[in-house]
Ligand binder design. Structure first.
Ligand code: TPP
Ligand code: MG
Length: 412
């Protein structure tokens, strides 16, 4: 694999086995840190189980993508980031926000579409955002966050800051054009970004070997000068150790790298997934490597934490999540008058019957078909005709009027 810019440490690590299992077990951090890692994973797990339940009760709207099973990859990563580092993810990011320190109450309120949500209730599950904690979202476009991560890295350079951006995305996102374009620029400009593929083996219902010609994703950007490393994403300590080194490379050596974490989502792609593409046994096999159970087991067997303490953590996680639901339920829905707040296109910026500049719950011009009336209808028909075969020839001959805002009576 081409590793034009990798350090010796990365070169050595990049040759790890497919499941990352060839290395010695990482040492336990302090009791306090170990407890925090475990409890954060528990809170995320319970949060998501409850989010799924609330979705079934129609309390949460839109789409809902759960990352149950992927907690070690999330928490291991965030645990080695500095407070002022940036994290950006895609649409399976309730846990990412919580791991960054966003209050679960605000995340649940966002799922419920309430004003106290992280995006004021306007984003829902796919658009969690918390600038204060530098959690930069939350996006629905697969691969769309890769160039944004490069932009964040460039901003750090531009401002002379030593902040690092960690960009977490799925295996499916590695097939997008954005992936190649971003890797090239990140390597070329030596951007302080860690790209982390949460390889859960599926992009929706399509397995990795059916969607990617290169299945060793850690190598997928090597031709663009980005070295990679594979790790066991079910082992919070392995993730932590590995990502810490890559964050260091980004911060100190401006060396962008690609980490591939092997992980698995226990639930379907979204709440509406019949899961006909995988066997139940496969899910059960991964569940036997559960990141929470295995780490809790290690803590107990190493004598770091006892069963009672683990039970107390579970109880606290339960409380945190129940309080989040109660909070979300009590939070009001956004005011109808605020429907057009935060929109880019208003009023004079875009002349035409479809532009809105009113702040009332009443129908806006163009929204109400009756008011848009005949003119809208005629413009629509004219537009269809205009776009038909030979449109450009007719336009050149002056046959069609190209001004979409022209009144019907102005055009032939
Ligand atoms: C650009 C784009 N293409 C297609 C989709 C539809 N889509 C939504 S999720 C998804 C699968 C992505 O899989 P992966 O990147 O592995 O993430 P995971 O869901 O496994 O976390 C697809 C194709 C989309 N949202 N954006
Ligand atoms: Mg995937």
């Amino acid at each position: 694999m081409a590793q034009s810019k990798s350090s010796a440490a990365t070169k050595k690590k990049a040759s790890g086995s497919a499941d990352g299992g060839s290395k010695a077990k990482p040492e336990l951090p302090s009791k306090k840190e170990s407890g925090e890692l475990l409890e954060t994973m528990m809170v995320i797990r319970r949060f998501e189980e409850e989010a799924g339940r609330q979705y079934q009760k129609a309390k949460a709207g839109g789409f809902l993508h759960l990352a149950i099973g992927e907690e070690a990859t999330i928490v291991g990563t965030t645990s080695v980031m500095h407070e002022d580092d940036y994290l950006i993810g895609t649409y399976r990011t309730h846990g990412h926000a919580i791991a960054r320190g966003t209050d679960p109450k605000r995340v649940m309120a966002e799922l419920f579409g309430r004003v106290d949500g992280t995006s004021g209730g306007r984003g829902g599950s796919m658009h969690i955002f918390d600038l204060e904690r530098r959690f930069m979202g939350g996006y629905g476009i697969v691969g769309g966050t890769l160039p944004l991560a490069a932009g964040l890295g460039l901003a750090s350079d531009y401002r002379g800051e030593d902040t690092v951006t960690v960009c977490m995305f799925g295996d499916g996102a590695t097939n997008t054009g954005n992936f190649g374009e971003t890797m090239n620029l990140a390597a070329l400009w030596k951007l302080p970004v860690v790209f982390l593929v949460e390889n859960n083996l599926y992009g929706m219902g399509t397995s990795l070997e059916r969607h990617s010609a290169v299945t060793n994703l850690s190598e997928k950007a090597s031709c663009m000068g980005i070295p990679g490393e594979r790790i066991d994403g079910m082992d919070v300590l392995a993730v932590r150790e590995c990502v810490a080194e890559h964050v260091r490379l980004a911060r100190e050596q401006r060396e962008p790298t690609l980490v591939e974490a092997f992980t698995y989502r226990y639930r379907g792609h979204s709440a509406a997934d019949p899961e006909i593409y995988r066997e139940k046994q496969e899910v059960e096999e991964w569940q036997r490597k559960d990141p929470i159970e295995s780490f809790a087991g290690r803590l107990v067997s190493d004598g770091a934490i006892d069963e009672e303490e683990i039970a107390a953590m579970r109880e606290r996680a339960e409380q945190i999540v129940l309080e989040a639901v109660a909070f979300a339920d009590a939070s009001p829905e956004p005011d109808l008058d605020s429907l057009y707040d935060h929109l880019y296109v208003v009023g004079e910026q875009v002349p035409g019957w479809y532009a809105v500049d009113e702040r009332s719950p009443d129908p806006h011009p163009g929204e109400e078909e009756r008011r848009a009336g005949e003119r809208a209808q005629e413009l629509a028909e004219r537009g269809a005709a205009y776009a038909g075969p030979g449109a450009s020839r007719r336009r050149e001959a002056g046959g069609d009027h190209p001004d979409p805002d022209a009144r019907p009576e102005d055009v032939a």
